[in-house]
Write a protein that binds this ligand. Structure first.
Ligand SMILES: [Zn+2]
Length: 229
């Protein structure tokens, strides 16, 4: 894989081992604008890699350093997302500027990049996540159009729910499953986490609350995670 080095000054020391990959979309009008922003020392944001729509891969921060991509976030109660993860920005205007399908060349490059990092660093497929998974109240990226199923076909993340099935578990059990999977979803303040879960695991049920498909997907995802953890 050809990687174009375009260093960013926005990083510091990690202080702990890498065990997670976080996928983002850039949410800006162009890849160039995103690359400029992630390399501007005034912004205090960065990522390790950026993948353009044509499949070009840019490296901004060395994997050994901590990039500043996740912000306030949490997974299974652990809030040090930047310290433990490698951040990959995928160029897409996002929900604010015209969310569109990720082109095939770009998806192929993301899969190759994730595969390389994950295998080299022995990262669990259960810890290949979206930004919205770790920051559901603030973020929607990479969003429901990201083809997690293609990434999962190569074993690099947990497969989304296939949409078959209709579970009738209690509200309490559904909420418990959401937390067990890793989401920050306290009772009464779980709506954002539920949307993030649906974007990632059951986009066909996005915004439909704890319906039968979503409940089935929650049970599925909790079991799938337990199998690979
Ligand atoms: Zn993001």
């Amino acid at each position: 894989m050809k990687i174009i080095d375009t260093p960013s000054p926005n990083f510091d020391d990690r202080g702990r081992a890498i065990d997670m990959i976080v996928l983002h979309y850039t949410g800006m009008t162009s890849g160039k604008a995103a690359l400029d922003r992630l390399r501007d020392e005034e912004t205090n944001v960065s990522a390790h890699y950026l993948v353009e729509e044509n499949g070009d891969v840019y490296r901004l921060v060395d994997e050994g350093n901590r990039a500043w991509h996740a912000g306030l976030s949490s997974w299974q109660g652990d809030t040090e997302t930047n310290a433990r993860s490698i951040g990959i920005e995928i160029v897409n205007p996002g929900h604010e500027f015209g969310y569109r399908d990720f082109p095939e060349a770009q998806v192929g490059a993301v899969i190759d990049l994730v595969a390389d990092i994950r295998i080299r660093r022995e990262i669990s497929p259960a810890l290949v996540l979206g930004h919205s998974d770790v920051a559901p109240r603030r973020k929607e990226d990479p969003g429901e159009k990201f083809p997690w199923g293609l990434l999962a076909a190569n074993g690099h993340c947990i497969t989304p729910f296939n949409g078959e099935g209709n579970a009738n578990i209690s509200y309490e059990d559904a909420l418990a499953a959401l937390s067990d999977i890793g989401y920050d979803a306290p009772a009464g303040d779980h709506a954002a986490a539920l949307l993030a879960f649906q974007r990632r695991f059951s986009p066909q049920a996005l915004g439909q609350g704890f319906n039968g498909v979503t409940k089935a997907a929650l049970i599925y995802a909790r079991d799938a995670k337990a199998l690979v953890a």
